[in-house]
Design a protein around this ligand. Structure first.
Ligand code: FES
Length: 200
């Protein structure tokens, strides 16, 4: 499957908003659209058609945002360093195994993904619905302290999430960020809005 204006299936839209690189703030708000192709009709999209994403364009450490059912969905290409941070934070997050949180059954509950390097999250805070800012870069440059290991920050009331979308203890947000249904079409393409049971 090529990566150049690859024709999507009739039932899927093929839309990518370019997100920020590591360290960029507010990937949703600063997103610059580059639309590869768009199908099917706007009416079908409003009804919640699945969204196909070309992963080959997302470098390690970067994220893109797509819109699915009217909400932002983030696709994050996690680095080995990001993945290594996750178990180190298990005693600092409120629900390390995501027993109270929303994700498909085939998602690893700690890493919160099907494949470790690819994280797919609904970019809506589980407190009162703001869209958190991307804070993937670790360290003091994040503005969240020297010991920040990368993740997301909700500017509305200060909830912090790690790079698996798990909320830290003592935050206003009660649950980890939601993982939407998604499945892989190939090593380089996934579709948001369909779960694995519907797979090819
Ligand atoms: S809406 Fe995110 S912390 Fe309140």
């Amino acid at each position: 499957m090529g990566d150049k204006a690859a024709p999507p299936s009739n039932s899927r839209r093929y839309l990518l908003w370019a997100g920020g690189a590591v360290g960029a703030v507010g990937a949703v708000s600063v997103a610059t659209p580059f639309v590869l192709t768009m199908t099917p009709s706007a009416r079908a999209l409003a009804a919640g058609a699945p969204v196909e994403v070309d992963l080959s364009k997302i470098e390690p450490g970067m994220m893109v945002t797509v819109e699915w059912r009217g909400v932002p969905v983030w696709i994050i290409h996690r680095t080995p360093e990001m993945l290594a941070a996750i178990p180190k934070l298990n005693d600092k997050v409120a629900d390390p195994e995501s027993t109270q949180s929303v994700q498909p059954d085939d998602v690893n509950k700690e890493q919160r993904s099907i494949k470790p390097e690819w994280l797919v999250l609904v970019g809506i805070c589980t407190h009162l619905g703001c869209s958190p800012s991307e804070k993937l870069k670790a360290g003091a440059d994040s503005g969240l302290g020297d010991d920040w290991m990368g993740g997301f920050y909700c500017p509305c009331h200060g909830s912090k999430f790690d790079v698996a979308g798990r909320v830290f203890k003592g935050m206003p947000a009660p649950l980890n960020l939601k993982v939407p249904p998604y499945r892989y079409l190939s090593d380089t393409h996934l579709v948001v809005g369909e779960d694995a049971k519907k797979g090819a």
